[in-house]
Design a protein around this ligand. Structure first.
Ligand code: 3HC
Ligand code: NAI
Length: 647
């Protein structure tokens, strides 16, 4: 079947695009639309054209899979020009999202009408590129420079009502989009047509505006190239004639398309979309998830309960006694209050979130719970006792999950009557914010339990990555290697602040030592001490020396750095130099780029080991773990992609 079909409704032609899954603008679709313009221009009975899409969305953009290949005609900018130059006016009828090239096609249409649930946007910067088919040039001519800057530099789509307020679309419709768009087209024919977008005048907001935008975008983008290049395109668009600006945009687009950053961001785009439905799940069906229980209302338990409530699941929160339960519920309340403060929740929504939580100290409250997630102290005895209680009170088909960071899930599950329903679900702190969920099956976990873990991740809007059993699973195991490598640099004389600056320069929000000071050095210390107590040979780390000297991080006024009271700014510490002096020997000097290469190389090397052991199923899974759990810069693609591309 053709991806473009034409029907007639009297004098209105309806062009329907049907190119699943998201009507991306592959060659066949571009050609189909190209031909439709010719067909309809030649038809004397047609006075206007409605462009509408089948399936879940309007055209969602260029076909990203074509980006690695040489461009094939008709090129998208030419198609958009051709639609704009059609003798009959075209009306884009948008449902779902009109994104990137999809919105550019809509900008070529004389009118844009959107369903009230739809959104429009130019998300190209998210893929490391700029719009390549007049998005930066037509948008300011339709909606002004400020709206265009907002759209192209953030890449964030805007919802129908806002899009109309910004001038991006002409009408917001509800009900039957096809009917509404046809009626809109008929009415439009009764009035003089507006100018095509390319011919509309545009005002230059002036030098001060551009200087301000440049500073703001540079600050947000950190090392990312595309947002500033997109800003330059909009500036060109309001200061130069249409054709010249279009050529400038196209050159920028083609330049970025082949860049390392664009390749990295494309890699992440596809990895993220592949992650929620891995092929190895096969036919396994997830179990129903109508409600959930959480054991422990501390840092993680409260965050997990909040995430479950955000997804609409009723939650039973269990704590060990009334006092701890009150604290746990207060932790949850604080999370929702924070949502209200940041404008993410209305007070009513926050109240409804809280109303869906039942606190209890008696496991009987879990009698009809589909899924229980344990987040109690990281002690095997405590966890085992919890699961023994769960086995007594929960339905035998309930999924029982542990959020352990380091313990062996097999040891936690020992003795369970139905080990097929047991699984590790490792969330990251804050659990209602962080996108990563490591899913850790044991050898006995049933396929449908595993599938339920992935279904839960989808319901929570998280990126699931399956991990095998080893100390630290994927993420914390790589973190350990990364920290050890950072310490090794310090041991050979590299300044602590240089290591942190190098990793910030690479694109991390924080370096490894600053991050430890924020999170506290004592957690990893206690874990190492535990292993030592159990007879394992765990070498002394520099972090151990600091903790023994009373330096556990910001909460004790200092860790790797000193902190003035009430100030989070790290200051080099004479005391640290003293504590570590005996462990440090002068080695070769390293510049920041070399430091970053070394540390990322170590992460990738641990990733290779993890793959070889079957702990991770693919390199891109490791990249997702680092990006969504540990702040690895997305535009670098993750340690595995980065290292492979470097060769
Ligand atoms: N090209 C190729 N494939 C695409 C695609 C695209 N632009 N957008 C989505 N897909 C694929 C996905 O890989 C996935 O494939 P799979 O089923 O084989 O895994 C499938 O379509 C469905 O995608 P989602 O799971 O993301 O579907 P949702 O319904 O959750 O979301 C969407 C739909 C909001 C449209 C989302 O897919 C999306 O944001 N897509 C990207 C849009 C985009 O970035 N467009 C700009 C492209 S660049 C451009 O247009 C350049 C131009 O200026 C020249
Ligand atoms: P926490 O100390 O903040 O919270 C633990 C909670 O469990 C406390 O509120 C405590 O009262 C409760 N509790 C203890 N025994 C209980 C019992 N028998 N029944 C019911 N409640 C009980 O600890 P945190 O940080 O939330 O960690 C919990 C688990 O999550 C641990 O296994 C930890 O390794 C894991 N984890 C922690 C992360 C973090 O960043 N803090 C990240 C990912 C996992």
């Amino acid at each position: 079947m053709s991806v473009v079909s034409i029907e007639r409704e009297g004098e209105i032609a309806v062009v329907t695009v049907d190119n699943p899954p998201v009507n991306a603008l592959g060659q066949a679709l571009r050609q189909g639309l190209w031909d439709a313009v010719a067909t309809l221009d030649a038809d004397p009975d047609v006075r206007a054209v409605v462009l509408i899409c089948a399936g879940r969305t309007f055209i969602a953009g260029a076909d990203v899979r074509e980006f690695g290949k040489p461009p094939v005609e008709p090129h998208l900018p030419d198609l958009v020009n051709r639609i704009e130059g059609a003798v009959k006016p075209w009306v884009a009828a948008i449902h779902g999202s009109a994104l990137g090239g999809g919105f550019e096609v809509a900008l070529g249409c004389r009118f844009r009408v959107v369903l009230d649930s739809a959104s429009v946007g130019l998300p190209e910067v998210v893929l490391g590129i700029v719009p390549g088919a007049s998005g930066t040039v037509r948008t300011p001519r339709v909606a002004g420079a400020a709206a265009a800057v907002d759209l192209v530099t953030t890449g964030k789509p805007v919802k129908a009502a806002k899009a109309q307020a910004m001038g991006l679309v002409d009408a917001v419709l509800s009900g039957d989009l096809r009917e509404g768009a046809i009626a809109f087209a008929r009415a439009a024919l009764e009035a003089p047509l507006p100018l095509p977008a390319s011919e509309r005048p545009v005002t230059d907001p002036g030098a001060a505006f551009w200087a301000e935008q440049q500073a703001a975008v540079a600050r947000r983008a950190k090392g990312e190239a595309a947002p500033l290049r997109a800003l330059a395109c909009v500036q060109k668009a309001v200061q130069a004639p249409f054709a010249e600006a279009l050529a400038f945009e196209r050159a920028t687009f083609l330049d970025l398309r082949g860049s390392d950053q664009a390749a990295a961001l494309r890699h992440v785009f596809f990895a993220e979309r592949a992650a929620p439905r891995p092929a190895h799940l096969g036919e396994a069906k997830p179990l129903p998830l109508r409600n959930a229980g959480v054991i422990g209302g501390g840092t993680m338990g409260a965050g997990i309960a909040a995430a479950l409530r955000d997804a609409g699941l009723p939650v039973v929160l269990i704590e060990r006694d009334a006092e701890a339960l009150a604290r746990g519920l207060a932790n949850l309340q604080t999370i929702f209050d924070g949502g209200v403060k940041r404008g993410k929740l209305t007070p009513e929504q926050a109240a409804a979130r809280m109303a869906g939580v039942t606190g209890a100290t008696d496991y009987a409250a879990l009698a009809d719970t589909d899924l229980v997630i344990e987040a109690v102290f990281e002690e095997i005895g405590v966890k085992r006792a919890v699961f023994a209680d769960l086995a007594r009170h929960c339905r035998s088909d309930a999924v029982l999950a542990t959020n352990t960071s380091y313990l062996d899930p097999r040891a936690i599950a020992e003795g369970l009557a139905n080990p097929g329903r047991f699984i590790g679900l490792h969330f990251f702190s804050p659990a209602n914010v962080m996108k990563l969920l490591e899913i850790v099956p044991t050898p006995e976990t049933a396929p449908e339990t595993l599938a339920t873990g992935f279904a839960l991740a989808r319901a929570l809007g998280k990126i699931p990555v399956q991990a095998g059993i080893c100390e630290g699973f994927i993420g914390n195991r790589i973190l350990k290697r990364y920290r050890a490598a950072a310490e090794a640099l310090v041991r050979q004389g590299v300044a602590i602040a240089e290591v942190d600056a190098a990793m910030r320069g690479f694109g991390f929000a924080m370096g490894p030592f600053e991050a430890q000071d924020l999170g506290g050095l004592d957690i990893a210390f206690l874990q190492r001490e535990g292993a030592r107590a159990a007879g394992q040979d765990v070498p002394e780390t520099l972090g151990d020396l600091l903790v023994r000297a009373g330096r556990k991080g910001q909460k004790t006024g200092g860790g790797w750095y000193d902190y003035a009271p009430g100030d989070r700014k790290p200051q080099a510490s004479a005391r640290v130099a003293e504590v570590l002096a005996a462990a440090i020997t002068a080695g070769p000097a390293l510049d920041r780029a070399a430091i970053a290469e070394r540390l990322v190389g170590e992460m990738a090397a641990e990733g290779e080991a993890i793959l070889a052991e079957g702990i991770a199923l693919s390199p891109s899974d490791i990249d997702l773990v680092e990006i969504h759990g540990y702040g690895f810069p997305r535009w670098r693609g993750g340690p595995m992609h980065y290292t492979a591309r470097k060769g």
